[in-house]
Ligand binder design. Structure first.
Ligand code: ATP
Ligand code: LTN
Length: 334
């Protein structure tokens, strides 16, 4: 069976972009693949701004709970917290000795996040893609579902794996990135030219998975559109309306063309109301399931512990083989 691995950082509260662009696809992939999903807290602490430990702990639980509420099924898939396995950090060290300074230095995400910070930028931020390579390669991953922006990181993981195998023998399977076919790229409701983001969007521009119906309605009603009245899909000229059409399409599983025909001439007010309604309905069962899980933190903790045990069963032998291949002396041998 195809092995799938993906991760998400507990860098904020999950939003509609995470749901439509990643989680719905993660859930669907469980039907035909062997899936491993991870809350990548070690990645979250590389963020250039100092983080608050209590907030990180809360967000880690929130993100894992959100994944379960959306339908990541712990019976079929593995769900765990990255830092619960020291193997990821250990494998990163091995890969640090295989990865080149030059190839890390030109990673677009590093360039973007370190811009203007000079020498104060952390080694962790620089090393972020190597940790991501360890996440992926430790699980014999075939496919990594991620947004377009992660393409370079997955290519780097592949290069590191290939170089390792070439130098030390076949240890790692080489992964490839997959981008969901109808990948919704959800844009900020107040600035529809930039993506909705956990860490960058303003409160009015972002719809959180846990926002209540009144709040969701208010955010959609005040979404930025344009001064015309026609409802059509044109990302260049009508980014706001196009974003709303795509959200409605993803939330209702209907084509954009059919929606354009249906809402033709009805005006932005009615249209925005319909988008809000669809999103409220999409989120309702997720929020209900979230509330149930939230009321039973012991159960979430138990599921994460079980997930970590199952993750370890895959990662440990992979790491041992890699260490052995590199010539690190196995304990008990001389
Ligand atoms: P941050 O602001 O911390 O970068 P983010 O909200 O942009 O966070 P990530 O944690 O970088 O999200 O991404 C997690 C997953 O969610 C990725 O697979 C990414 O492609 C997807 N994703 C994030 N934002 C959007 C969006 N606006 N539209 C579609 N998919 C998204
Ligand atoms: N950098 C990724 C998160 C991530 C990830 C992974 C994704 C960390 N490790 C392994 C896929 C596979 C992001 O989406 N920002």
């Amino acid at each position: 069976m195809t092995r799938v691995f993906s991760g998400m950082q507990p860098s904020g509260t999950p939003h509609l972009g995470n749901l439509l662009g990643a989680w719905m696809n993660w859930v669907a992939m469980q039907d035909h693949a062997d899936c491993v999903y991870c809350v990548v807290d070690l990645h979250a602490i590389t963020a250039p701004n100092e983080h608050d430990p209590a907030t990180l702990r809360r967000r880690t639980v929130e993100l894992a709970t959100g994944m379960l509420a959306v339908g990541v099924d712990p019976e079929r898939s593995i769900l765990f917290v990255q830092s619960h396995l020291h193997e990821h950090a250990e494998c990163t060290w091995l890969f640090n000795c295989v990865a080149g300074f030059g190839e890390l230095h030109k990673m677009p995400q590093f360039k973007e996040k370190s811009a203007g910070r000079g020498e104060s930028v952390s080694v962790g931020l620089f090393d972020y893609p190597v940790l991501q390579a360890a996440d992926i390669l430790l699980y014999d991953t075939d496919e990594v579902p991620v947004g377009e922006d992660q393409r370079h990181h997955i290519e780097l993981a592949r290069d590191i794996g290939q170089r390792f195998n070439h130098r030390f023998g076949e240890v790692f399977r080489l992964p490839k990135a997959v981008h969901p076919p109808a990948a919704a790229r959800v844009m900020d409701l107040q600035d529809p030219t930039v993506k909705m983001s956990k860490s960058a969007s303003s409160e009015k521009g972002i719809v959180h998975v846990l926002d209540d119906p009144a709040r969701i309605e208010k955010k959609f009603k005040s979404a930025r559109t344009d001064s015309a009245t026609d409802i059509r899909h044109d990302r260049e000229e009508k980014p706001g309306v196009s974003n709303l059409l795509e959200i409605l399409s993803a939330a209702t599983d209907r084509g954009v063309d059919a929606l354009v025909t249906e809402y033709d001439g009805l005006g932005y007010g009615t249209f925005k109301g319909a988008v809000a309604e669809a999103v409220i309905e999409l989120l309702r069962p997720i929020q209900e399931r979230y509330a149930e899980l939230d009321a039973d933190p012991g159960e979430v903790a138990r599921l994460l512990e079980e997930g970590a045990d199952r993750a370890r069963a895959i990662a440990v032998p992979r790491l041992e083989r890699a260490k052995d291949a590199m010539g690190l002396l196995p304990p008990g041998t001389a």
